[in-house]
Design a protein around this ligand. Sequence first.
Ligand code: NDP
Length: 291
Amino acid sequence: MILLDGKKVRDQRVPELRREIRELGFAPVLGIVQIGRLERSEAYVIQKIRFGELIGARIEQVRLSADVSTEDVLFEIRRLNADPAVNGVIIQLPLPQGIDRRVVIEAIDPTKDVDGLTARNLKSLLENDHQGFLPATTKGVLSLLRHYEVPIEGREVVVVGRSLLVGKSTALAFLNENATVTICHRFTRDLPEVTKRGDILVVATGSPLLITPEHVHKGQVVVDVGINVSNKESLAEEISAPKLIGDVDFVRVKDQVLAISPVPGGVGPMTVLSLFENLIEAARRHGASAR
Ligand code: NDP
């Protein structure tokens, strides 16, 4: 079994990202809007800050209380949009109830949308025009497979999960890479029969340990996007906490497939890497348009 080690891939890329930032001639700035103090989000944000600082980027963290209004969030996003020193803006998800996710995401300047979630960037994905930013998680999944030289073109790819921001976007990206793509969801009949068809199986459901040996085959490459907390006490720990589990039953599945990504340490670190790759690209474009 080949372990698709996202943490290792991310760490290997550090010198290259540092070099790219040196070549920019300035430290790119990422604005992170964080609403409320969900412990899991705190851990994600800390990871992003640490990685950003490691490669020489700067982070502007905007913390808002959980009871802010959508208008307050929009005010901060517009401020970051208008600041020429800021190259990327992200909103840490999930958002507290009462804040409309689409409205606040749409407020981000698409040229600073380094999470790749605004309609304009999703349209670029839909049209495969290479103009926008790929959603960071989707980009992370593809980069992980590319690093391990997993062929995509012409292969059968099964994606379980159809959320706009993860499953559907990732399925589209595979389609753009000339894979033959099947998307599964709760209404899919006989899930194991469908998932087994894939040369590559990508799982993004938020249903812990959904995928078991009956869903996979020996020649398959499995990418587990899911991040689930196995018990509430682990929330205060870092993302690398052992109590985070994926949508795939890693222990039972790992010896039944060709390759598999672990949770934690698989897609999570690749998402962070992709976010900063997008930030550097955004900074490059901003730098070019300022000249
Ligand atoms: P959503 O809840 O928005 O979507 C889940 C999708 O999975 C839905 O399409 C749902 O189907 C489908 N689904 C859920 N349970 C089943 C099931 N039993 N059988 C078949 N399909 C199922 O979640 P997200 O897409 O936002 O996130 C998915 C997972 O990815 C979560 O664990 C999340 O934490 C993780 N994640 C990880 C990231 C990373 O960087 N590694 C980044 C973002 C998310 P239906 O539409 O029919 O309801």
